[in-house]
Write a protein that binds this ligand. Structure first.
Ligand SMILES: Nc1nc2c(ncn2[C@@H]2O[C@H](COP(=O)(O)OP(=O)(O)OP(=O)(O)O)[C@@H](O)[C@H]2O)c(=O)[nH]1
Ligand SMILES: [Mg+2]
Length: 232
């Protein structure tokens, strides 16, 4: 009798337990690469874009969040991601891997149109819920990062800075950088936040997913699947 009661209680607990945020990102599947704004998928209802300098680690962040090794293409050669790559999470939600900026060896003729497409995407894409801005923790807030932030600011949408490759610094140096970046961002906009991340060491995943999940919950309503997943 007692065993039966325990069995039913375990069922209820399992039902009430919120889905781990990780399950949403694990569903990521490549949908398409877009070269221009008309190519953007119309079926997207809500998406998060990953921007940042070339080689900062954007594609690696997406792979780490999705817990998949080769979802987004990672390379030692800067400028690898050259198209706007869409990864579906189901239910009209997407992660978007953007081409990196600041890679000087890309010929200007190639860079200029990309600048335009990216700029227009960031300004006009209604479905874009927020921007995950990836920076190498050793080189945060470069001039080009500020140009992007200033470009994005008029949208009023949130920005979450992922200071990645945190494994390259000692813990105390990384934390010192984080404190500096946070206070600089807070002086500029109340909805710009930052955290440490490492794709190599798989650190910062829970914090990043909590922020991104909240953005993906449609229209600011709490997604019932994601309840209780506040920042850790
Ligand atoms: N040590 C360390 N290396 C990393 C980390 N994340 C990425 N890298 C390395 O940094 C390089 C660039 O990573 P990508 O993820 O391809 O960077 P990206 O920003 O997508 O680059 P582009 O698409 O060229 O703009 C690769 O050699 C990765 O293995 C990290 O957290 N720690
Ligand atoms: Mg990339």
């Amino acid at each position: 009798m007692q065993k039966t009661a325990l069995f039913y209680r375990s069922l209820i607990t399992a039902n009430q337990r919120p889905l781990r945020s990780v399950s949403l990102f694990r569903q990521a599947k490549f949908l398409k690469s877009a070269q221009a704004l008309p190519d953007l998928p119309a079926e997207s209802q809500r998406e998060i874009a990953f921007a940042g300098r070339s080689n900062s680690g954007k594609s690696s962040v997406i792979n780490t969040l999705a817990d998949q090794r080769q979802l987004a293409r990672v390379s030692k050669t800067p400028g690898r991601t050259q198209l706007i790559n869409f990864f579906g999470l189901g239910d009209g939600r997407f992660l978007v891997d953007l081409p990196g900026y600041g890679y000087a060896k890309v010929p200007v003729a190639t860079r200029a149109p990309w600048g335009r497409v990216l700029g227009d995407y960031l300004h006009t894409r209604d479905q874009l819920a927020g921007l995950a801005l990836v920076m190498d923790v050793r080189h945060p807030l470069t001039k080009l990062d500020w140009e992007l932030l200033e470009w994005f600011r008029p949208t009023g949408k949130p920005v979450h800075v992922l200071l990645t490759k945190a494994d390259k610094l000692s813990r105390s140096a990384a934390l010192q950088t984080l404190r500096g970046v946070r206070s600089t961002l807070a002086r500029t906009s109340p909805n710009w936040t930052a955290q440490l991340f490492s794709s190599l060491k798989r650190t910062g995943i829970d914090d990043a997913q909590a922020v991104l999940n909240a953005w993906l919950a449609a229209d600011g309503h709490e997604d019932p699947d994601l309840e209780g997943l506040g920042p850790t």
